[in-house]
Design a protein around this ligand. Structure first.
Ligand code: SR1
Ligand code: MG
Length: 429
């Protein structure tokens, strides 16, 4: 049974104030949710570890184990105070994490406390987990990764949808998460508009200037981007994590957890899948710069492609199982099929549903790959490549594949075909 996070004001109703390393013990030292776990604040050790674009993240360790303290800032951390951002994202993240954790048991950290005034959450410290992106840069093999991610995706996405939820539950949650307007707006702009226009916040490796300009002239690609923006903005299929890149996953040899759900919104099922697969493919393209030998690069690159294939196949198998066993929501449709002794009809709909999710997945993956190279928010897989020529070479390959995934999504019927394209054997139009 998951413990429900306390929802109260941890800091005596004081006005919002960002924490710093020096103030954490003084300001949080009286909170039993922390002291019961890690002892009194006299023995605390505090470090700030946030390396994302938005928030403060502290690791607080004491006599016992430790906790993570995550606090929203009233602006985009990576941009500074010139890009204000409301603190309400902590509220939406808390409600999303609660729901995703219930839908996909054991795949999220424990939530200990949420303080809305301080836009602050106290969360389980996962050890020995490390951010997945760092593991992929380091070249670590993770035997649980694909199964854990496939199961997480199927359970969270199926159980948050109208396939599973009643009208009352679902409409209430759609209304709740529609309030997360600022973060949905960031995704709409950063994914689907910025990479295809001149924008002062865009940047790219200098040697890619011609490629960036070509993207802005590419009518076929821009049509795909606008179609996908329409899909993201108007389709309300399920509660998405909303930012499921490899920096939102913490992994170790035996476990995988999902973190950082402040971009949660109702949207198309393929969006979370596409964000994740797109980032795995970006990791693949960065490998030549990170592995010591051609053989290591080939072996690890093949492993990443295997992870992609298994994430999809585990997702599809678990989604199909849930379809057969938990399809009791608004769009379950059992009255039309099973209740009229036509289970085969439901299987036909399952297959067409999976085909639609697959096409969305591919195209969202492609857009994610483009925006991480041409837009505002880049990825450490490439940013950590010091040699700009080498970085440009890796990024150029990823741009080519990203475009093809976005534009030719209907030509790639299977994950094997998509992986073949990524590995350089696919469509070249
Ligand atoms: C302004 S926020 C930029 C990016 O960081 C987050 O992790 C999301 O990916 C967002 O698009
Ligand atoms: Mg994040």
């Amino acid at each position: 049974v998951r413990r429900r996070a306390s929802e109260r004001t941890a800091l005596n109703n004081s006005a919002y104030e960002p924490l710093c390393v020096e103030s954490v013990a003084r300001r949080l030292g009286g909170i039993p949710e922390i002291t019961n776990l890690i002892g009194g604040s006299a023995g605390w050790h505090v470090t700030e570890v946030g390396d994302g674009n938005l928030n403060l993240v502290f690791i607080v360790t004491g006599e016992g184990h430790g906790v993570v303290v995550k606090q929203a800032l009233p602006y985009v951390r990576a941009a500074g105070e010139s890009w204000p951002l409301s603190l309400s994202r902590a509220f939406f993240e808390h409600h999303a994490l609660t729901r995703l954790g219930n839908r996909a048991p054991d795949r999220l950290p424990q939530l200990y406390l949420f303080d809305q005034t301080q836009a602050l959450q106290i969360i389980e410290l996962l050890t020995p987990h490390v951010i997945l992106r760092k593991k992929l840069i380091a070249g670590e093999f993770l035997p649980r990764l694909s199964t854990d991610l496939g199961i997480y995706l199927a359970r969270s996405l199926f159980r948050g949808s109208d396939l599973c939820m009643s009208t009352t539950q679902l409409k209430g949650d759609v209304a709740l998460f529609l309030g997360n307007t600022e973060l949905a707006g960031i995704t709409e702009d950063l994914f689907f508009t910025d990479p295809f226009c001149e924008r002062s916040r865009n940047r790219h490796t200098p040697a890619l200037a011609a490629e960036a300009a070509a993207v802005r002239r590419d009518r076929e690609l821009k049509i795909a981007a606008l179609e996908l923006k329409t899909c993201f903005s108007t389709v309300r299929q399920t509660l998405l994590h909303g930012d499921l890149h490899t920096g939102s996953v913490m992994a170790c040899h035996s476990d995988t957890r999902i973190i950082d759900a402040e971009f949660a919104t109702y949207g198309p099922i393929g969006f979370d899948l596409g964000s994740l697969l797109g980032n795995l493919w970006l990791a693949y393209y960065a490998q030549p710069a990170h592995r010591a030998t051609v053989e290591d690069c080939a072996t690890y690159g093949a492993w990443i492609l295997d992870v992609v294939a298994e994430v999809w196949s585990v997702f599809a198998a678990e989604f199909s199982r849930l379809w057969r066993t938990e399809r009791n929501g608004i769009l379950g449709g059992k009255e039309l099929f099973e209740f009229q002794a036509d289970a085969g009809g439901a299987e036909v709909v399952l297959q067409s549903t999976l085909r639609g999710i697959w096409q969305d997945t591919l195209s969202f993956a492609g857009i994610e790959m483009l925006r991480r190279i041409l837009g505002f928010a880049h990825v450490a897989d490439f940013e950590s490549i010091a040699d700009e020529t080498e970085r440009a070479t890796c990024e150029r390959e990823a741009l080519t594949a990203g475009r093809q995934l976005a534009v030719y999504r209907q030509s790639l019927a299977s994950v094997a075909e998509a992986n073949a394209l990524v590995a350089g054997q696919g469509i070249r139009r």
